[in-house]
Design a binder for this molecule. Structure first.
Ligand SMILES: Nc1nc2c(c(=O)[nH]1)N[C@H]1C(S)=C(S)[C@@H](COP(=O)(O)O)O[C@H]1N2
Ligand SMILES: [Mo]
Length: 349
């Protein structure tokens, strides 16, 4: 425990951002980690929890929590360090502002999730060849268009069977908390957070692409300006400036270290982070190794301000696929995938 709390953005349902100071350590403390809920936190007793595996499978079955943990012992638990970012992170930077939770830039965090590869649970069920997707059901539900609707999301079969797609029971070495999906949540490294269904109770194989309210209704890039249309899937390349802390005293002629984090999606490494002060040249920051292919990459750059006054720092990252952050916020009707270069004004005395 750190005594940190996320910063509330909306009360009902509860949505909250990671406080900036909690983004300084490599792993984001669980009690500071951003929270995105569409409905609310369901109450689940692990003793009676069951995961239903059905649909286009040869042997539908139900798995208890104890059986899942035994599977982790038998097949080997797996742990991955993952940047979890809400697809709406940064929406408040878009002009005009799209509807949806008005996230600033901190609906993001990085944690170590441990659990069983989903493939180990699907193996015994035998996903049929005609299945195209797996649909994941959360225990939370609420009214959508006048009907009680569970939170459901789908993944293509190949992504579901990827060895790093986990049924996670632990976060940063501790049992998963209720807020973050206990007893079991899905973790899909390299994709926006919406893929990671919390409070997971069902997995079903389907032979037609799934089209639920949180799949084809929302979480789609529509009316995009300059970026592709289509479903929200992989994380877009992005950098954050974490230090100096907001309001930290800076003096002309004294050296400072600018620091932050950068990440991208689909396992693409961050290969470059560049920093520009005011309208100066772009300078390459030093990069440290990330904690695995889905963790974030720490960057740093020494800077000695020459003059007093307000200086604007701009930071942009580039990934191994050659994708670079745009300088201004991209726009689409749902306000997703907003990844402009990070910008902050620093006052030098
Ligand atoms: N069951 C369920 N799973 C869910 C959601 C939800 O509302 N219900 N929100 C999704 C979204 S949009 C995000 S960004 C992540 C946030 O995970 P966190 O709250 O653990 O940070 O959970 C995802 N999984
Ligand atoms: Mo999200």
């Amino acid at each position: 425990m750190t005594g940190w709390r996320p910063r509330t953005v909306t009360e009902e349902p509860y949505n909250a951002e990671t406080p900036p100071a909690a983004l300084v350590p490599r792993l984001t403390p669980v009690d500071a980690f951003f929270v995105r809920d569409h409905f609310g936190v369901p109450t689940i007793d692990p003793a009676t929890w069951r995961l239903t595996v059905d649909g286009a499978v040869d042997r539908p079955y139900r798995l208890s929590h104890r059986e899942l943990l035994a599977l982790a012992d038998r097949e080997g638990a797996r742990e991955v360090e993952v940047v979890l970012e809400c697809a709406g992170n940064g929406r408040a930077l878009m002009e005009p502002r799209p509807p949806g939770v008005p996230w600033g830039e901190h609906a993001v965090g990085c944690a170590r999730f441990a659990g069983v590869p989903l493939a180990a649970v699907l193996g015994p069920a035998g996903v049929r060849a005609e299945a195209v997707e797996l649909v994941f059901t959360g225990a939370d539900s609420g009214e959508v268009d006048g009907r009680d609707t569970p939170f459901e999301r789908a993944l293509p079969v190949a992504a579901a069977l990827h060895p790093d797609t986990l049924l996670a029971t632990r976060m940063n070495g501790e049992p998963l908390t209720r807020r973050h999906g206990a007893p079991v949540r899905l973790v899909v490294p390299g994709r926006y957070g919406v893929a990671g269904v919390k409070w997971l109770v069902g997995v079903r194989a389907v032979v037609e692409p799934f089209n639920g309210p949180f799949q084809g209704g929302s979480y789609v890039y529509r009316e995009s300006r300059g970026t592709p249309e289509g479903p929200v899937a992989e994380l877009r390349v992005r950098a954050l400036l974490t230090e100096p802390a907001p309001g930290a005293p800076l003096r002309a002629g004294e050296e400072n270290v600018l620091r932050g984090r950068a990440w991208s999606g689909g396992g693409a490494a961050v290969v470059r982070v560049e920093v520009r002060i005011d309208r100066g040249e772009w300078r390459a920051a030093d990069l440290e190794a990330p904690g695995g292919p889905y963790g974030w990459t720490p960057w740093s750059l020494r800077w000695t301000p020459g003059t007093t006054g307000v200086h604007t720092v701009t930071v942009r990252a580039t990934d191994a696929e050659g994708r670079t952050q745009p300088l201004t916020a991209p726009w689409n009707a749902g306000g997703y995938g907003c990844n402009p270069a990070a910008r902050r004004e620093l006052e030098v005395h």
